[in-house]
Structure formats: C-alpha cells, structure tokens
Design a protein around this ligand. Structure first.
Ligand code: AMP
Length: 579
C-alpha cells in the first residue's frame, strides 16, 4: 500500500513560528488555558482547587511546583490500570520510559497524542529553517534509530521509551518522508530488538544506498559516534556482505534477515569502491563524506552531555557540517534549533510557546535551595527571563505534568522575537560534591577535555568517561574513570591525573584540596569495552539506545554500574598536583 505523504508548506511553518513567537506571552496564556480546560476533570488539578480558573496567576497560586517523585503515586495508579481522570482529562493509555541514565533508573512518564503532535511540530519547525540553509531533496537518511521493546504494565498500559512511541506512531514515517528524512533502513532493522544486529544493518543499508544518503542522523550524537566506531571494526565484513550479496551470520534475528535479503544483492563493484575508500583513509578522518558523497550534514542532539563526542564526530565528518537537533525530553518538547548554521558549541534553542506552558526558576534561587533555605522557588514566565541569566526549566504539559521541574539548567542567550533562545547548560543536580566544592557535568567535561589533550602525544583518545565521589576513606576524593583507545604510558597517565585535579577550578574544590579536606584525585583506567558493558546494562533495563546518555557521575543509585567499572579497572593513579 502506498503511504500518504503530507506536503508541508515550509514557508507557512516559518510564518506560524514567527507569528507565535512575536506574541509569546499571549500564546503562553492561551496554551495554559487550553491545558487547564482540557484537563479540568483531572483529580490532580481538582485537589488544588482551581475551580475553573485558567489564568497564570491563579494557576501559580494554587498549584505547587512538583518533581517526578511527587507525581509517582499518581503515575503508579495509572500504571496499575486506574483509568479515572488522574493527571489528564482523557485517560492515559501509554507510558514512556525516560532513559534515566542520569539518575540511575528509568522513570515512567505519561504519553499521549498531543505529545506526538508537538514532536512533529518541533521537527517541522527546525526542518523548515534548516532546509533554507542546507536544502535536501528526495533524500534518504542514514538514521541510527532503535526501537525498544514495548511491554504491558500491570494495568494493561503500553510502556516503552518516548522515542519508540514516536517511531511507532503511524504518522511518523509519512512526516519524516515529507521532511526529506526517510530512513534508509527497513522497520525490521529499527525494531529488530538486538542493538548490535540493528546497528550492523543500519550501516549496511547506508552503504547500499550510499549515493542517496543526504543526511546522517540519530536522536543523540552518541549513537552516530558509536556507529562509526563499530564501522571501524566491521567494515571488511560489511564489504564482504555487499560483494557476495549474503548477510553476515552475525545477524540472526529472522525478521531482520528477511528484510535485509530483499535489499542485499551481490555488488562487487560497490564493495570494491568502499574497500578502496576505507583503505585510503588515514585514521578514519573524513570517513562519512567518503562513504556518503551526497551527505549534506550530520544531524542529532550535540549539546549538553553530547558535547563530549563532538571532537570524534568532527573527525568522522571531515568537511560535512554538524547540526544540532532540537531540545526536549520524554516529558515534552521545549525548543527548536532555528539557527542551524551555528556550530553546536554556540547553538541555542528557541522555545515554541504553543507546545507547553513554561516557567523558569532563577539559578540563584536553586543555590538557596541547595543551602537548605526554606524559601519556595519563585519562577518567572517565558517572556520575563533575562539575557545572560541561568534558570531551571519548569513545564506544564498537555500530558498531565503541572509545574513540573525538569531538572535541566539553561542560559538565556537572546530572544527570537519575544521567545527566549536557550543554551543548554547542564542537569541541575550537582555532579561532584564532597564539602564546599561544587562541580557540574560541564566542569567534568572541561577537565576531561584538558587532560585528554596530553594523550594526543601518544596518538590516543578518551573513548568514554565518568566520575564518582569516593567517601570510603577519609578525606573523600574524586575518582575519574577513563576508557582509552589504546595503552598509554604510566608517565602520561599520571600527568593526565594531575591535570584533571588542577582543572577543577571551582574555589571550593581548590581550597579544600590545598588543606587536604578533599583527598588526591584518582584516575582509574578501565579495560576497552567497559562502557559498552554499561550501555548493555542499561539496555537490559529497558533504556533505548536512541536516548542513551552515559551517566557522568555514578553515585549510590548506580551500584551495578559502579560494580562494572570496578571490575574492569586496569590501572589507577593518584594526583600529586597539590603536594
Ligand atoms: P530523556 O530522559 O531520555 O527523555 O532525555 C531528556 C534529557 O536529555 C533532557 O532533560 C536533557 O537533559 C537532555 N537533552 C535533550 N535535548 C537536549 C539538547 N538539545 N541539548 C542538550 N541536552 C538535551
């Protein structure tokens, strides 16, 4: 059956975005009104006595700020099959599982049609802007996406990851086709159920359609880097499959084999081209344009914790530009990248005022909260934020989250009309903290980047990293785990260790280190593939590869991850930087 492809008028999409953002305050009021009217029968809202009022002032006065923990009792009732209006007017029939890699365990989050609609709206908006600068036509995308398993909860609800809820929606494929982003792999590969076999076949499909591939993408940039690292290992096997027209025996899932057998025909000429191109590359620099000569750009979320992969991604990308995708979460979408020409390091995201009702807690108030002040944070509205200030995002959505603290910190970089352009800064939870020191995910990333430069002299790189606060002996100290691409000398590794210690420049840390209130930083080098084991561990818990983010700090909620790391330590160094 032929799929109906919607023709999207891109100029109209831009016009709508411009008109919404010119009037962001009014649009926010209307959005809140619609959310509260649609869900006026929801028990959660009724408990707070809004009595039909839908204005922001009454809403903020009656409904408190909430975290996922506050909502859990309601969410569990829904999961158990209570279909009364609990969080939303219309009962929730599907749940998303957020990746949960930052907190250690996946979280259940309500999913509904409105969330799908807003996903498409965000995709269309950023595509309309992107396509003006980087036009593609009748393109195929080598899209490293992976559906996760769906399962039924005790109460019969369908649960899976948010990305899978998107990929499985019947309108997803036609919309992607109209956005010139049709995935070159068949559904059986996307939903094959075995991560490595799907990855292998994504690569194979990309090579088969290499002339047609106009963009290489994934939800988060990590999956693209992961895929090309795997390519380095299996490229000869891929060439063989193409030469013989027979799929490698490593792919065993019958549905994937059947689907691939329809695409794979003996093609020695193509196999030779790829073989020659790969053999001619120095250290895989510029691999992507060699393999996909018509690729216009690489697309996926590249900010926040994904910045750690940019260097490697640029190496594979050569001359092809990297474009960061949009900003959102399983809980809901927030903002679109409407300035696609900016490199990921400078990227901002413009908030779509019609997709949710947004509030922003000034970071200074979060710091008060950290110091156990009893003051309830006082968020400001979308159009009240100030350029240069940092905030935690609070969202009220069409899917039953009210004044929900997302836990992300963003900085306002400017305005697009009257809607703010946000830079993603970090998750709001502190990563490394022993006493008066405060180091975030970003601080860790910068320290690792600085120290990793020392490895270049040995032609090595940090493949993955994470951190841990070790309080098992007095005084506590930071532990940084590194997986390295090869074997580094002891001399260089101890220099790296000192450099890490010196690179945490927050005054709380340096002053504590000087008086030994924090012990010497420890660098633990782990075996190759250790982080692959961590990824596999999360996949076993139901996390989607498409949403995977390496946990950058393993604490008490990550016991199994800490165990995997500890079992694979091959070398350890203590800093002498403050001796
Ligand atoms: P998930 O828990 O899998 O739903 O992932 C959502 C989280 O991923 C967000 O709360 C952010 O912390 C992060 N994230 C999503 N989009 C971006 C982006 N464009 N830049 C940086 N981080 C992002």
């Amino acid at each position: 059956m032929l799929e109906k492809v919607e023709v999207i008028n891109m100029e109209k999409v831009i016009e709508e975005f411009e008109s919404m953002t010119k009037d962001a305050e009014r649009v926010q009021r209307e959005t809140l009104k619609r959310i509260l009217e649609d869900n006026s029968s929801a028990e959660y809202l009724k408990n707070f006595g809004l009595n039909g009022r839908t204005d922001p002032e009454s809403f903020k006065a009656c409904v408190p700020l909430a975290t996922h923990k506050d909502l859990e009792p309601f969410i569990y009732r829904i999961l158990d099959g209570d279909d009364s209006p609990i969080l939303t007017g219309k009962s929730i029939t599907t749940m998303s599982l957020s990746s949960g890699t930052t907190q250690g365990k996946p979280k259940y989050i309500p999913w509904n049609d409105e969330l799908f609609e807003s996903t498409m709206q965000i995709y269309k908006t950023s595509f309309a802007f992107r396509n003006r600068e980087f036009p593609i036509k009748n393109g195929k995308a080598l899209n490293f996406i992976y559906g996760s398993k769906q399962f039924k909860t005790k109460g019969g609800l369908i649960a899976t990851t948010a990305t899978t809820n998107v990929f499985r929606n019947p309108s997803y494929k036609p919309t992607m086709r109209s956005l010139q982003s049709q995935c070159c792999s068949p559904d059986e590969v996307i939903f094959g159920g075995d991560f490595f076999q799907s990855l292998y076949c994504h690569l194979l499909c990309g090579l088969i359609f290499r002339e047609e591939v106009q963009l290489v993408s994934s939800t988060f940039a990590h999956s693209i880097v992961h895929a090309f690292r795997a390519f380095e290992q299996v490229w000869e096997e891929l060439c063989n499959d193409i030469r013989e027209g027979v799929l490698s025996s490593r792919v065993t899932v019958p549905s994937i084999r059947t689907a691939m057998s329809k695409l794979l025909k003996p093609n020695p000429e193509l196999a030779n081209i790829i073989h020659k191109k790969c053999s001619g590359l120095s250290n895989w620099y510029g691999l992507i344009p060699e393999l996909f000569p018509n690729a216009k750009y690489i697309y996926g979320i590249m900010t926040g914790s994904m910045e750690a992969y940019l260097e490697k991604l640029r190496h594979y990308a050569g001359v092809i530009p990297l474009l960061t995708a949009d900003y959102g979460a399983s809980e809901g979408w927030i903002a679109a990248n409407v300035n696609p020409k900016l490199p990921p390091e400078l990227a901002t995201y413009a908030v779509l005022p019609q997709i949710a009702y947004f509030e922003f807690i000034p970071l200074t108030q979060l710091e008060d909260e950290d110091s156990f002040s009893c003051l309830e944070p006082q968020p400001v509205g979308l159009t009240e934020v100030k350029i240069g200030e940092e905030y935690e995002i609070v969202m009220t959505t069409f899917s039953g989250l009210y004044r929900y603290r997302l836990g992300d910190v963003v900085k306002v970089m400017g305005f697009h009309n009257s809607t703010p352009e946000l830079k993603f800064i970090r998750r709001s939870t502190l990563l490394l903290n022993i006493n008066i020191d405060k180091n975030t995910e970003k601080d860790l990333q910068l320290a690792v980047e600085a120290a990793a430069k020392l490895l270049i002299q040995e032609k090595l790189e940090v493949v993955e990293f994470t951190s841990h606060v070790d309080l098992s002996s007095e005084p506590g100290h930071y532990v940084i785990f590194w997986e390295i691409s090869g074997e580094a000398s002891e001399r260089v590794l101890s220099e790296c260790c000192n450099c890490l210690d010196k690179s945490f420049i927050d005054a709380g840390y340096t002053s504590s280190r000087k008086v030994n209130a924090i012990g010497a930083l420890e660098l633990r080098v782990v075996r190759k593939e250790t982080f692959q084991k961590i990824l596999d561990h999360y996949l076993g818990l139901g996390t989607a590869v498409s949403q995977y983010k390496t946990p950058r700090c393993v604490g008490p909620t990550h016991n199994s991850v800490l165990q995997i790391l500890s079992e694979n330590v091959v070398d350890r160094f203590f800093s002498s930087a403050f001796n």
